[in-house]
Design a protein around this ligand. Structure first.
Ligand SMILES: CC(C)(COP(=O)(O)OP(=O)(O)OC[C@H]1O[C@@H](n2cnc3c(N)ncnc32)[C@H](O)[C@@H]1OP(=O)(O)O)[C@@H](O)C(=O)NCCC(=O)NCCS
Length: 188
């Protein structure tokens, strides 16, 4: 049965995890968004071209980050916003995809695995979606590792699927159904 996705998302605008709080962005996060949105290394495998000043960061927050389903990752210890994860629901097919980005100073500490795990709890337990899917470019294997650690399965490779910033990229497709994820949760 299809749920009222908008209602459930707005009821879940704050999601606590072990070390973080997933919450809505505010304009006060502009410096944090600027920090990761202006870092070349962070942008390398994103379709997003990034931003070159704090005003642009504010515009990103107002234009793109104010929707339900877009979460700032706030560290409990420092209250710093260290990244973003956003869930994009496709109502017709009762599925969702997502995107994520983390400030480079915080890479490789398990933060995105923790955030994505919370997003799967939301997707399957609360939104009752049937499937969650995502892609990453060849070369960005760290992203694939996060997906796999959260229970997603590699489903295929599309050769030169996207032309980004002038370069054709091979794209790895990952997905997980509610049934597969439930089994994964039991095993882990
Ligand atoms: C991809 C990204 C979100 C990963 O976040 P993260 O918090 O560093 O990931 P985690 O710490 O949860 O890592 C999970 C696993 O992936 C591994 N990993 C993370 N980044 C890696 C990298 N660049 N290369 C190889 N492995 C990597 C970790 O070592 C960990 O493996 P382990 O459990 O065996 O130790 C982060 O690197 C990022 O923001 N990159 C830039 C934006 C981006 O590419 N977004 C994804 C677009 S598809």
């Amino acid at each position: 049965m299809k749920e009222n996705y908008n209602e459930i998302l707005s009821e879940n605008s704050i999601i606590p995890t072990k070390r973080m709080k997933l919450r809505k962005f505010t304009i006060e996060d502009a410096d944090a968004v600027y920090e990761y949105g202006s870092d070349e290394e962070t942008l390398k495998y994103l379709t997003w071209n990034g931003i070159s000043d704090r005003e642009a960061a504010k515009k990103v927050i107002i234009d793109f980050y104010s929707n339900d389903g877009v979460y700032a990752l706030e560290l409990n210890d420092t209250k710093q916003c260290i990244g973003c994860i956003d869930l994009r629901i496709d109502e017709d097919h009762e599925k969702a995809s997502f995107g994520y980005v983390l400030n480079r100073s915080y890479w490789d500490h398990g933060y995105m695995t923790e955030a994505l795990t919370a997003i799967f709890e939301l997707s399957f337990r609360k939104l009752n979606l049937n499937r969650v899917e995502a892609t990453h470019y060849i070369g960005n294997e760290g992203s694939g590792k996060v997906m796999k650690k959260c229970g997603m399965r590699k489903e295929g490779l599309a050769i030169q699927e996207f032309k980004i910033k002038g370069v054709f990229h091979d794209v790895v497709h990952y997905g997980v159904t509610k049934e597969q994820w439930s089994g994964f949760r039991i095993r882990n």
